[in-house]
Design a binder for this molecule. Structure first.
Ligand code: PLP
Length: 500
């Protein structure tokens, strides 16, 4: 009898679909905090667009690697061989993850996210085709897919996303084409986000590529949000115009905190350009007066000792995502996003920003909103203090896009900012939105709790408003409930516990 039971329970565990095993296996899902009501509750993490939690299985696989940890520039000892092999494997694994042909594309790591990579790509593409001095981005871009092009890429033009079809929706291909026609032969590249970090709107990146290529422009995709949510295929289309030329994503948004940023790009763009960063590891020979850069990728693009452990964690994470199937992950994500959108639509007091008709513009992972007559900072504070729901608020490093959408709800204030030439975003506490975002670990129960919280806030506005004041930093602070981070984690104490 007991043996039968054991067999059944083992079968049950192994029979669980992989997605279910992985969903509940993230570090930080069982984190408890005492909230303003005096209860201690489990945190509901809904800030994945900023950074995702660590995937447990990927972390454990990475920990095993630490038994062999060595520098990849050492060669002859056993650990170094294992480290080099594993580190090389992560590059190949990532090329496969984004559907990039390894003969044509290279993958290299840089910084901790998209930002460092985007600065490098802007400089590289500017060197690659200096005669073309225009870069097209959309108005919905994160600053990291805008400012690097302004500084290093060329003259940047922003494509609007308002069309006759939709209000603040996806990148409009007709509008894009009109810009490509207007600046015919001058556009070096078009750089667009795969998913907006403000609205979760998904852009048709391969159609953007087709159009850009028809006009001789290259295509860069900011996949900071795309990579963990949507299947990506950079190359291998029957019509090669659909292929994407360069794509970047952030390890810390792909379930591997502490891992590097990723650049996947056609090798041919970099072949004749000296790498931006120089130092050890990227040279074949150094003389007193000269040096010879390695011809091989990705070594020539990764000067210095790389973030080996972080790369291993990221390789493990994307491998697991692929084993689950990115199609399945997107399906779940859209189900949660659509469920949240339709529940939020039931409240007259909620304004959701961006096109919400997902038949016109599909969305994944992110929704930004405001509750009428309540400040975004106050709503985020209440969700945290009373519901233990972690969300982000303010402007999400996308000022032009957010400001354009705030015209819907804050036209008078925006006018005042323009008239009085106010340049500091923080000086106006109303400037912003609340952003709720999902990761693989979020469940329908989390959404239900979030909707209960919104309902409560909407029906008890004045009670909550009375409970808070704005502190010296401009943040909403509870009048009586105080949170002390040291009660939960203190690095020095944790170190002491480990060495006791
Ligand atoms: C769409 C998008 N692009 C770029 C970035 C910048 O990424 P990172 O901060 O990892 O460099 C972010 C970060 O939030 C983002 O959401």
């Amino acid at each position: 009898m007991s043996m039968n039971n054991t067999i059944t329970s083992t079968q049950e565990t192994t029979n669980l679909p992989l997605i279910e095993q992985i969903k509940s296996d993230f570090i930080g899902l069982d984190t408890y905090y005492k909230i303003a009501t005096g209860e201690t509750t489990r945190r509901i993490y809904m800030d994945s667009t900023a950074s995702t939690l660590m995937m447990g299985a990927a972390f454990r696989a990475g920990e095993k690697f630490l038994q062999h940890y060595s520098n990849t520039h050492s060669e002859m000892h056993f650990g170094a061989k294992i480290a080099t092999e594993s580190y090389n494997w992560t590059h190949q694994r990532i090329l496969d993850f984004v559907g990039a042909d390894p003969d044509e594309y290279t993958c290299f790591f840089t910084g901790s996210g998209v930002t460092a990579g985007m600065n490098r790509i802007a400089r590289a593409l500017n060197h690659y085709r200096p005669e073309k001095d225009i870069v097209l981005v959309s108005i919905m871009e994160h600053h990291s897919n805008d400012l690097p092009h302004r500084k290093h890429g060329g003259k940047v033009h922003h494509i609007p996303v308002d069309t006759h079809e939709s209000k603040m929706g996806c990148i409009d291909l007709d509008l894009l084409e009109s810009y490509l026609q207007k600046y015919d032969n001058q556009v070096n590249y078009v750089s667009v986000t795969g998913i907006s970090n403000v609205t979760g709107i998904i852009n048709p990146i391969n159609r953007v590529a087709e159009l850009a290529h028809n006009y001789g422009a290259l295509v860069v995709v900011d996949a900071a949000q795309l990579a963990a949510h949507v299947p990506v295929k950079m190359s291998g289309y029957a019509d090669q115009n659909f292929n994407v030329d360069a794509l970047l994503f952030s390890g810390h948004k792909t379930y591997a905190p502490g891992s590097p940023g990723v650049v996947v790009i056609r090798k041919s763009f970099l072949d004749d350009i000296e790498p931006e960063e120089v130092g050890g590891g990227m040279v074949d020979r150094v003389y007193e007066s000269d040096y010879v850069v390695k011809a091989s990728f990705p070594d020539r693009e990764e000067a210095g000792t790389p973030n080996i452990f972080g790369a291993i964690l990221l390789g493990a994470s994307v491998d697991i995502l692929d084993r689950i199937g990115m199609d399945k992950i997107l399906e779940e994500d859209m189900m949660l996003t659509n469920k949240t959108l339709s529940a939020m639509h039931n409240f007259d007091d909620i304004v959701i920003y961006g096109e919400t008709d997902t038949n016109k513009c599909p969305r994944a992972g992110t929704i930004s909103f405001n509750i009428k007559n309540m400040n975004h900072g106050l709503v985020a504070a209440i969700l945290n203090d009373y519901y233990n729901i972690a969300v982000r608020n303010e402007c999400f490093c996308a000022h032009p896009y957010v400001e354009k959408m705030l015209e819907l709800t804050h036209s008078k204030q925006i006018q005042r900012v323009k008239e009085e030439n106010i340049t500091d975003w923080h000086s106006e506490p109303w400037m912003g939105m609340v952003r709720v975002s999902f990761g693989l670990y979020n469940t329908e129960k989390d959404i239900d709790r979030f909707i209960v919280a919104l309902d409560d806030i909407i029906h008890n506005k004045s009670k909550y408003i009375d409970n808070y004041f704005i502190n010296d930093k401009g943040d909403y602070e509870h009048k009586s409930f105080k949170f002390t981070g040291n009660n939960y984690f203190n690095l020095r104490n944790s170190i002491s516990e480990e060495i006791r």
